[in-house]
Design a protein around this ligand. Sequence first.
Ligand code: SF4
Length: 302
Amino acid sequence: METGRRRMDGIFTIIAGSEVCNARCPFCISKMTQPLGVPLGKPPEVNWRNFHKACHLAQVNGISTVLITGKGEPTLFPSQISDFLVAMNRYDFPLIELQTNGIMMAKKPKEYSQYLKDWYGCGGMTTIAVSIVHYEPEKNRQIYLPYQKDYIDLKALIEFLHGHGLSVRLTCTMLKGFIDSGEEVANLVSFARENKAEQLTIRPVNAPKEEASRNEEVGVLVRRDMMLAEDQIVDIKSMIAGRATLIRTLSYGAQIYDFGGQNLCLSNCLTVEGSSNYVRNFIFFQDGHIRTSWDLPGSIVL
Ligand code: SF4
C-alpha cells in the first residue's frame, strides 16, 4: 500500500441492512449490481469475527473514515447500525458517516432522535450524508417517493440533524433533466449554503459495465435517459473552475472546492482505482466477506 497523504482518502465501507429500501430510485445501484450476499428482507447475521478483521485491515491501511451504507436503506434497521457502532468503538475511527435517504428520520423524528443521540454520543458518529437529486422537493419526490404525494421536508431534516450535533453532507446524484448544468449546480450550492449543510457532494449517475450488470434493463435506462452528456459535464466543470477555489484533489480524482464558503466535492462514482495499487475502499459485507469493489465480485479480499 502507498503511504502519505493519499492513504487519508481511503474509506472503510460497511454494508448494513438488506436490499430493502423505502425509496424507488430508477437508477438504484442495488438493482444494477450483484447481491453479493445481501438479501432482500431481514438483514443477515453479522460475521463479527470478520468485522473486527475488516476494522483492523482498514486501520493498518491508514483509513480514517468509516461509511455505513447499504444496498438498501440502512436506517430501516437502526438497531443494527447501533450494533456496528458499538463493535467498532475500540478502533476509535475519527470520522464515522452514515449514508441515508433521510426518509425514516424525517418521518419518525421522535423514534430516530433517540438513535441519533446514541450514535452521536457512544457511537462516535460524525456525519449524516443525505442522498438527494435536486434542491426542489418535487424533483426529489419524483425520484425517491413517486408513490407518495410529498417528499420529506429536507430543510427541517438538516436542522434536526444539526440539533443532534451531527454534520450534514448533501450527496447529490446528477441526472439529466435534474442537476445537469453549471447553473443548476450553482443553485444547489446556494441551497446547501442557505441551509448550512457543511458539505455538498455531486456525482453524475453511473451504471456498471454491461458484463457486471445484474439488471441490464436498469443499466440501459440509466445510460439512455439519465446519464449526463459530455457537454453537460464540461459545462459543470468549467462553471466550478470559474467560481470556486480548488482545495485538493483526492487520489481517485474527486476534487474538493470552496465555492463561496460552501464545501463542494465533485466526485466520480465509487471505486475507481485506476492504475494505482492504493486500495481506496474496503467494503465489509455482513456475511464476513471483504471486497474492494461493489460491482466486481472478484475484488474479494477475504
Ligand atoms: S435510496 Fe439508495 S437504495 Fe434506496 S432506491 Fe434509492 S439508490 Fe436504491
